[in-house]
Design a protein around this ligand. Structure first.
Ligand SMILES: Cc1cc2nc3c(=O)[nH]c(=O)nc-3n(C[C@H](O)[C@H](O)[C@H](O)COP(=O)(O)OP(=O)(O)OC[C@H]3O[C@@H](n4cnc5c(N)ncnc54)[C@H](O)[C@@H]3O)c2cc1C
Length: 460
């Protein structure tokens, strides 16, 4: 699809040292965290926005697909070149923190900046960038914005979209645009930055992001509640959040997950518990944290918690968090293939959602351990199957479809954080009407009439 003449043209823009078509690069850039593979024809490392503009203009004229890529840690195939073409890899050159503006409390970054590097840089100055996806050590801010990534702290601090103030981007025809401002308020014109957030590289290549920062809270404490059933824990979640306390994080592990962690790591977890809730609270005063914890304990106990344990120190807190941080790996004891989704429901629907997922597991005779960001209504459902057993794999996918249907019926969404990409594209019709899908397609067409930018994604 990419000719030698095209390659010569790109070399003149970025230099031959920034263009690769050798097998090693094509394989390296054919994956993301889904482990599906599609090889591109070419990998280009643009040096700046002008390079991107020239490359896109040319590709638009020649109808060459272009796939923007950060770290390739996406869980839904968003950065995969499913129709070949060019992977535009932004992590190599476009990875600078351009400014930390203390007076306005904003950071301006290039898209290839790694999330944790930004967090560290602003924390050195007493500021705080809260979005902390579990992939924070390697995922990029450009990828985070394009997927609207969330993290453990979302229950209190929200997700990536809550921190994006402005974006610079290149449209598929090469035009460079600015969307948003370094202002708290901005109601002039359409919210184009809002449309670009979570657009999964289908509308424009994001080249610069202005992010809101907040003061870093001085104190943090961790606690754990143990519940007899997953429903009682889920009642505890939404009632806590409605009680006026806002924990930073409120994460859950169901019984299957607790057992898996205990089998794998022997941490002394209560294997007969229906669920565990792990919470962090933060603030600037000890008394404030103590009040938050006592309120949470009261609500937890009113909803059946049999134990409530506050971490004594940092080591104890780390130990409590160990179970959650290692849940994903531990549950592989139930099957060598994990079909995992990140559905999200209104918090008050969590008890019913978990009950229905339990029924789906029984119906299809499968193990479906669940854990995740209960405080956000975001459940990581993991349908575990034996990949060498076609019947089980088929039942697994049927179970997933029912999980999506139940989620939508309960007012929830297909994805709370991982996006749609390729893997969830077939399910878009469950969540959106024809009219809504047509509106999405019209937006795509307005930005990318020739469909060169990340084609084939999001069911468009
Ligand atoms: C172990 C693990 C844990 C994870 N935990 C979380 C979690 O807690 N929360 C969460 O939300 N996600 C999580 N993820 C998923 C993933 O890390 C996030 O979606 C992340 O935001 C992707 O960033 P990336 O830099 O890897 O982007 P990529 O995977 O490279 O790209 C993701 C999408 O963004 C597009 N894109 C990337 N950069 C740009 C750009 N500059 N302009 C336009 N489009 C662009 C790509 O085309 C693609 O569609 C996890 C992944 C792994 C492997």
């Amino acid at each position: 699809m990419v000719s030698s003449q095209d390659i010569e043209f790109f070399k003149n823009i970025v230099g031959s040292e920034n263009i690769y078509s050798d097998k090693a690069h094509l394989i390296a850039y054919s994956y993301d965290a889904t482990r599906n593979r599609f090889e591109p024809d070419l990998v280009i490392f643009p040096r700046d926005e002008n390079d991107i503009s020239k490359i896109l203009k040319y590709c638009n004229e020649k109808r060459i697909p272009v796939i923007p890529r950060g770290a390739g840690s996406g869980f839904t195939g968003g950065a995969l070149p499913s129709e070949g073409g060019i992977v535009l890899a932004l992590e190599k050159h476009m990875n600078k923190i351009l400014e930390i503006d203390m007076e306005n409390m904003v950071a301006v970054v290039q898209p290839g900046v790694i999330n944790i590097e930004l967090q560290k840089a602003v924390e050195e100055k007493g500021l705080f960038y809260p979005p902390d996806p579990a992939s924070q050590d390697y995922s990029t801010i450009g990828g985070n914005v394009s997927e609207n990534a969330g993290g453990m702290r979302a229950a209190k601090y929200g997700i990536t979209k809550d921190y994006v103030m402005a974006i610079r981007a290149v449209l598929p025809n090469g035009d460079i645009i600015r969307a948003g401002k370094r202002t708290i308020k901005d109601v002039a014109g359409y919210n184009i930055a809002g449309i670009l957030i979570a657009s999964e590289g289908t509308l424009a290549v994001i080249t610069e992001i202005t992010l809101k920062l907040i003061p870093k809270p001085k104190l943090q404490k961790t606690a754990m509640g143990i519940f007899p059933s997953v429903e009682s824990a889920m009642n505890g979640v939404y009632k806590t959040m409605a009680s006026g306390v806002t924990p930073v994080a409120m994460e859950f592990l169901d019984n299957l997950t607790i057992r898996a962690v205990e089998t794998s790591y022997k941490k002394g977890l209560p294997i007969d518990a229906g669920a565990i809730l792990i919470i962090d609270v933060d603030g600037n005063l000890e008394e404030d944290l103590d009040l938050q914890l006592s309120t949470i304990e009261k609500v937890f106990r009113e909803n059946g918690a049999t134990q409530f344990k506050i971490a004594k120190d940092e080591a104890d807190a780390k130990n409590i968090w160990f179970a959650r941080r290692n849940a994903s790996q531990a549950i592989t004891i139930y099957g060598n293939k994990k079909i995992n989704e990140d559905v999200t429901v209104p918090r008050s629907k969590l008890p019913e959602t978990l009950r229905r997922f339990g029924e789906i597991a029984e119906k299809y005779r499968l193990q479906i351990p669940c854990f995740g960001h209960a405080g956000d209504g975001n459940i990581h459902t993991n349908v575990m199957v034996d990949k060498n057993n076609p019947d089980e794999v088929e039942r697994g996918y049927k179970a997933i479809e029912e999980i999506f249907k139940a989620t939508i019926e309960l007012g929830g969404t297909l994805s709370g954080e991982h996006g749609i990409g390729l893997s969830k594209a077939p399910y878009m019709k469950l969540a959106f009407s024809n009219e809504e899908m047509n509106l999405f397609r019209a937006i795509k067409k307005a930005f990318d009439p020739n469909n060169i930018l990340n084609p084939n994604k999001m069911g468009l």
